[in-house]
Design a protein around this ligand. Structure first.
Ligand SMILES: [Mg+2]
Length: 172
């Protein structure tokens, strides 16, 4: 698997086949926050999102790893009642290492889900766990993401050229 290519690509977190992930042996769903679960300026969790997480929590251990500040990540994670790691510095894998250590789990049981290739997918692939890419929820990105998106666009062009990955062509 190419380092920038996710194992699964879906339009949103609502479209992911979680049953399939469970069947495969995934026990830990590790979500990015901004533009994966929440719009960047969204403070209150929509009911639909809360309902999805409540359901997921019956089958998985659900966590959030974000590069954003503790204030932002705590505020949102608390509403979903899931543990979180903030200031994770993805694509560094320190957050994933922390989770593996804390829960004493296997890499085969972990899955990273996010909207950015340069942070979420890359960190998961570097750590050699399953990765799911989703399209960003909103058009607006965090300022800090602008550079990553610029690089991501270059990477996407290369991946498309090599027929390795194409935006909008979803797969499980
Ligand atoms: Mg994100």
């Amino acid at each position: 698997m190419h380092i920038y290519v996710p194992n699964i690509y879906q339009k949103s977190i609502f479209k992911i086949d979680y049953k399939k992930l469970k069947k495969k042996g995934i026990k830990y769903l590790i979500f990015d926050l901004d533009n994966t679960i929440a719009l960047v300026d969204e403070k209150k969790t929509p009911k639909k999102t809360k309902a999805l997480f409540d359901k997921l929590k019956t089958d998985f251990i659900v966590l959030i790893i974000s590069n954003n500040t503790k204030k932002r990540v705590k505020e949102y994670s608390d509403q979903l009642e899931v543990p979180f790691i903030s200031m994770a510095m993805k694509p560094l894998t320190k957050g994933l290492i922390q989770i593996k250590k804390k829960y004493q789990c296997q890499k085969e049981e972990m899955c990273m889900i996010g909207d950015q290739i340069m942070t979420d997918v890359l960190s998961g692939n570097l750590y050699k766990i399953d990765t799911v890419l989703v399209d960003p929820l909103g058009k607006k990105d965090l300022k800090i993401t602008a550079l990553n998106r610029w690089i991501e666009n270059k990477v996407l062009k290369q991946l498309k050229k090599k027929k390795l990955f194409e935006k909008g062509k979803y797969y499980d």
